[in-house]
Design a protein around this ligand. Structure first.
Ligand code: SF4
Ligand code: SF4
Length: 365
């Protein structure tokens, strides 16, 4: 067993607590009035250390990497110092029988008190033989750990909905955590999940003793409550019909909309546009990549560079308008030409008529 917080060498002062409590209040969308309460709660949980058992199934470990790489000094570090991670296959030093014993001891010692975090999908076909931990099917390990857990958290899209391991044809029968254990599961999808989404969820559990409000897909509404399209910095381009057709520089800066390149922002709910990634540096759409909808249950089975139906409709309507406008312009110039030709013809007629009259006058004289 180990204290994950010791992996990150850091001493926290009272000032740090207050500073991080403010960050956490912002992170969770709470008013400043909550800061003293958060600080008090954190100080008290530091002393009692909330036990965590963190399992890994069919995955790339990207969510752990994302979490461990959160910015420095980070709220993640503070929370890690308040947690006692009893089992984490990627970060723990122990292996083999020692690691297996650590897991069994943690389940027995903290029965009914620990937070279970599952990262990765759970293969279930043929008795779960396609993913084994310590010689046992992962699905059996998950069910055993789930029985004694106070809270169940699925971290990343694979653990939440099956993700990449469950995408067609899914030969291993990979599933998300809720489909395997049922009951209340907090889904924190993302490929990978944003570190703040996990930290905020854990702090919410520690502070209020309950899971945060969840949407119909089991996600905390504080982080997944808004459609990306609503807060997109390229939204102006969408409204003006400035759709980027080729990656490059059709439009300066972020004025063009990536909808025609398959952006799934209109059908994806997450706070990426204002939370930003890589320590608040940027996020997919602002960096020039269409949103892939990585937090949605359909990911990654949706076409990556094909406009979503809603956007495709807008683009078609705009193309029709453009066509109509083009026909209008062509019609106008054609009309101009006809009028011009008619005028010219008329002019010629008048000129001819004038010279004919002058000739007949001359004959009369
Ligand atoms: S389609 Fe994508 S890039 Fe365009 S405004 Fe919506 S979210 Fe932004
Ligand atoms: S912008 Fe879209 S693809 Fe990028 S991290 Fe957010 S939800 Fe995932």
């Amino acid at each position: 067993m180990f204290e994950l917080g010791k992996v990150f060498r850091k001493e926290f002062t009272r000032r740090d607590f207050l500073k991080y409590s403010s960050s956490l209040a912002v992170l969770m969308g709470l008013s400043e009035l909550y800061v003293p309460r958060i600080a008090h709660a954190l100080e008290s949980v530091v002393s009692r250390k909330t036990p965590v058992i963190w399992l890994h199934g069919a995955e790339c470990t990207g969510c752990t990497v994302s979490f461990a790489n959160s910015h420095y000094p980070s709220v993640a570090e503070l929370v890690l110092d308040t947690l006692s991670v009893k089992y984490h296959e990627t970060l723990m030093a122990a292996s083999g029988h020692v690691a297996e014993k650590a897991l069994d001891d943690a389940i027995r010692e903290f029965n009914g008190k620990y937070v279970m975090i599952v990262e990765g999908a759970i293969p279930t076909k043929d008795g779960g033989i396609y993913c084994k931990i310590g010689g046992k099917p992962f699905v059996d390990v998950v069910q055993k750990v789930a029985k004694g857990a106070a809270y169940h958290v699925a971290l990343g899209t694979c653990a939440s909905y099956g993700g990449i391991p469950a995408s067609g044809p899914n030969p291993t029968g990979a599933k998300g955590l809720k489909d395997v254990i049922g009951g209340t599961v907090v889904n924190i999808p993302g490929c990978p999940a944003h570190p703040d989404w996990l930290v905020g969820t854990i702090v919410n559990i520690l502070l209020f003793g309950k899971v945060p409000d969840l949407d119909s897909k089991g996600r905390p509404t504080i982080f997944y409550g808004k459609v990306i399209h609503e807060n997109c910095p390229r939204r102006g381009g969408y409204e003006q019909g400035r759709f980027i057709r080729n990656f490059g520089s059709e439009f300066p800066d972020i004025e063009g909309c990536l909808g025609a390149k398959g952006c799934r922002g209109p059908v994806t709910s997450a706070d990426c546009p204002h939370r930003l990634w890589n320590s608040g540096t940027n996020f997919c759409i602002a960096a020039g990549a269409p949103c892939a909808g990585c937090v949605e249950p359909e990911f990654p089975q949706t076409p990556l560079y094909e406009a979503v139906p809603e956007v495709a409709k807008t683009i078609r309507a705009q193309e029709n308008d453009d066509k109509q406008a083009a026909i209008g312009t062509f019609g106008a110039s054609l009309g101009g030409a006809v009028v011009g030709a008619a005028a010219a013809a008329g002019g010629m007629y008048l000129a001819k008529e004038k010279s004919r009259q002058q000739a007949s006058k001359a004959e009369e004289v």
